[in-house]
Ligand binder design. Structure first.
Ligand code: NAD
Length: 264
């Protein structure tokens, strides 16, 4: 093991769900800072979006269309990344989906997909990158949880369960990573205006029988003491802080970035 060499060479970051919203902004920041990237997403044009991003920042990259519902695809993506770059230093498990519905009508397949993508994928990802991080004596794992990992809202049973579970996983892995310089933390955003939120507005309108404006004001931002969407830039800043080499004793936290929502 050559920790010194690893510390001075270019680092590699794997970001799931990096073709949209928060994940894309995280990928852009790492690219701008000269990291090697493993990019992932499932939109039909995900490969092109990733190439465009990498070319824009002249970043070395690998794209994987691995579906986070498929553990063998997750392992394949990690193996391909290690083959290409030698190591994965930072993992940002960011891919996530949402579905809003009262429990009586909540489709079973949505429950299964949400648990698989938002929670089980993080387990399979961590398990796959762990041996390399342990060998290198360096690892930063960042889980994109949610304020809904700390508190609940009606009609989001699967999402709330998955994000609470993700914070439990974060804490358990933080204990396992201690002593190996592997930190594991969760970021818990409040509402950030991305496609996942835009899509929710329509579902929430149905579930609550309210207009678009009412949903934004009375359902979404009503819970945030600071009555603004959280900026994507702030979420990226927090991720970069957690990914820093110096942050070796910052581990096992679920950090709210939620405009005071969970302070209440
Ligand atoms: P988004 O919908 O803009 O992006 C989601 C990303 O996940 C996309 O890149 C998509 O390709 C990817 N993805 C979806 N299903 C996938 C699958 N099966 N396999 C691989 N990739 C898949 O959403 P976002 O707002 O950027 O959310 C990113 C993360 O932040 C999610 O985990 C979400 O729960 C969390 N979050 C978002 C908010 C918010 O207000 N936007 C708040 C709290 C937490």
């Amino acid at each position: 093991m050559d920790i010194k060499n690893n510390m001075t060479s270019k680092k590699t970051v794997l970001i799931t769900g990096s073709t949209s919203g928060i994940g894309k902004a995280i990928a852009e920041r790492f690219a701008a800072q000269g990291y090697q990237l493993i990019l992932n997403g499932i939109e039909p044009n995900a490969a092109e979006l990733s190439e465009e991003l990498a070319v824009r920042y002249q970043a070395e990259y690998l794209f994987s269309g691995a579906d986070m519902r498929d553990p063998s695809a997750i392992r394949g993506m990690v193996e391909a990344g290690i083959e290409r770059f030698g190591t994965i230093d930072i993992l940002v498990a960011n891919a996530g989906i949402q579905y809003v519905s009262p429990i009586e009508n909540f489709p079973d397949e949505k429950w299964d997909a949400i648990l698989a993508i938002n929670l089980s994928a993080a387990f399979h990802l961590a398990k796959a990158v762990w041996p390399g991080m342990k060998k290198n004596g360096f690892g930063r794992i960042i889980h994109m949880a949610s304020a809904h990992g700390l508190t609940a809202s009606a009609y989001k049973s699967a999402y709330v369960a998955s994000k609470h579970g993700l914070i439990g996983l974060t804490k358990a892995l933080a204990l396992e990573g201690a002593g190996h310089n592997i930190t594991v933390n969760a970021v818990c955003p409040g509402y950030v205006h991305t496609p996942i939120v835009e899509n929710q507005i329509a579902d929430q309108m149905k579930a609550h029988q309210m207009s678009r404006e009412e949903i934004i004001e009375k359902v979404m931002l009503a819970k945030q003491a600071v009555k603004e969407f959280v900026s994507i830039d702030l979420i990226v800043d927090v991720v970069m802080m957690l990914a820093d080499e110096k942050a070796s004793t910052l581990t096992g936290v679920a950090l709210p970035v939620d405009g005071g929502w969970t302070a209440a």
